[in-house]
Design a protein around this ligand. Structure first.
Ligand code: AMP
Length: 407
């Protein structure tokens, strides 16, 4: 199958050609014809599968075919990085069509607020927004959705995890009832089904392998005590071949510590977390995309919000709290059918959680032997109850609780 089979408008084809797209991915093959028919869909597909193009290409095609002088399409995404990325992709696809898009997200100063407000009121055909900022603008009296035809929820599971359920319902209450709604989610927990029942109409269901990492990712894990993590990281950086790395940690405090530790080791890395100003975050991502920086350390904010090709390695300093986050983290490498390596450090406390990940992805991840100089790590026994408190192997106080999520 090629993109010609969709009979897209020639202007849209030009955009696709200039972006180097040749063959639709499985989610695109399945979703595009159904969206072109005008049906609602609920699609289970993770990032890295080509889901953005799957929903936006048919929507742009429909817009070209119809009168689209008003705000026609609203895309809601969980993070500003993802919103920006979707907006950039739209810009590429729609380059020859005259269709415009704007991203709307929090942060920035009063001037940004005014620009976003004006853009909402006067201009763009497509708005890509994070729920919080959109709600704030709507609450400030900006109502512009009278002619809206498409609502798209991207990474819906993530938005619900971040507590945006009420906001989404509120936003939907501002939209015309006659519209096409497309819901994309990496996983399909019951709360997503409940949301779908509320806002979709007789949706077609599309399911691209539930939360399975891309086949090109070589997944490995090391069973370690916390004290072994830093020398292991050093060893990996020395012995594996890599050209760009993302090192993930669940907490921003850990990201900051790792930033210092790597500096001490002479590794030039950039830390990315929610304490940074929006402009700093953008600058870091830009530098990473342009390959001026080849090492990022970040929390899960980064796991959803970065689309850079050619990342050869992802290292998980710890096991993410939610199994889906693991899929998102390692999905940063091996984008669009290339290959990459994803290595996870699993301490005793994280073993149980890692086991849930293996269950979710339906694969047992290969456990590598520690290099000899590090001595033995713990055995893999995910069912074992781990004592918590001062005497555990973490060498610091920890309780058996779900780590706080970072945003
Ligand atoms: P997504 O799942 O939408 O985050 O897309 C993942 C990456 O794959 C992005 O860099 C897209 O530009 C790229 N991509 C999506 N569809 C295609 C395609 N049909 N051909 C080539 N690259 C694609």
């Amino acid at each position: 199958m090629t993109f010609s089979d969709f009979n897209f408008d020639p202007k849209l084809h030009e955009g696709l050609d200039s972006m180097g797209y040749e063959k639709p991915t499985p989610i695109q093959q399945q979703a595009v014809p159904v969206i072109l028919e005008g049906k609602d869909i609920i699609a289970c597909a993770q990032t890295g599968t080509g889901k953005t193009a799957a929903y936006i290409l048919p929507v742009i095609h429909r817009m070209i075919q119809t009168d689209h002088r008003h705000l026609n399409t609203l895309v809601i995404a969980p993070t500003r990085e993802l919103a920006q990325q979707i907006d950039q992709q739209i810009e590429g696809f729609a380059y020859y069509t005259g269709i415009s898009s704007i991203p709307i997200y929090g942060g920035g100063d009063g001037a940004t607020w005014d620009v976003q407000k004006r853009a909402l009121e006067q201009g763009a055909d497509i708005v890509v927004a994070t729920p919080g900022r959109l709600i704030a603008l709507l609450a400030a009296g900006t109502t512009v959705f009278d002619h809206l035809q498409h609502l798209i929820l991207d990474e819906a599971d993530r938005m619900l995890d971040m507590g945006f359920y009420e906001d989404i319902i509120k936003i939907v209450s501002y939209l015309p009832k006659e519209r096409q709604t497309l819901l994309f989610s990496a996983t399909m927990p019951p709360k997503i089904r409940a949301l779908a029942t509320k806002i979709l109409r007789e949706p077609a269901e599309i399911n691209i392998a539930i939360a399975k990492p891309a086949a090109g990712i070589d997944q490995q894990a090391y069973l370690v005590y916390d004290t072994q993590k830093e020398p292991l990281l050093q060893h990996i950086l020395k012995t594996y071949s890599w050209n760009s790395i993302i090192l993930f940690a669940s907490r921003k405090e850990t990201v900051k510590k790792l930033d210092h530790a790597l500096r001490r080791l002479g590794v030039k890395a950039k830390a990315f977390h929610s304490d940074l100003e929006q402009t700093e975050r953008e600058e870091i991502l830009r530098a990473f995309k342009n390959k001026q920086v080849n090492f990022l350390i970040g929390t899960d904010v980064l796991s959803r919000g970065i689309d850079v090709e050619g990342i050869s390695m992802v290292i998980n300093w710890d096991v993410p709290p939610d199994p889906e986050d693991y899929v998102h983290r390692i999905g940063r490498t091996a984008r669009a059918e290339t290959t990459g390596t994803a290595i996870t450090f699993v301490n005793e406390i994280d073993q149980k959680r890692f086991h849930s990940i293996e269950t979710l992805i339906g694969t047992e991840v290969s456990k590598k032997e520690l290099p000899e100089f590090l001595g033995e790590g713990p055995a893999y026994n995910p069912q074992k109850k781990i004592k918590t408190g001062f005497n555990n192997r973490r060498g610091k106080f920890s309780r058996n609780r779900k780590p706080r999520k970072q945003a």
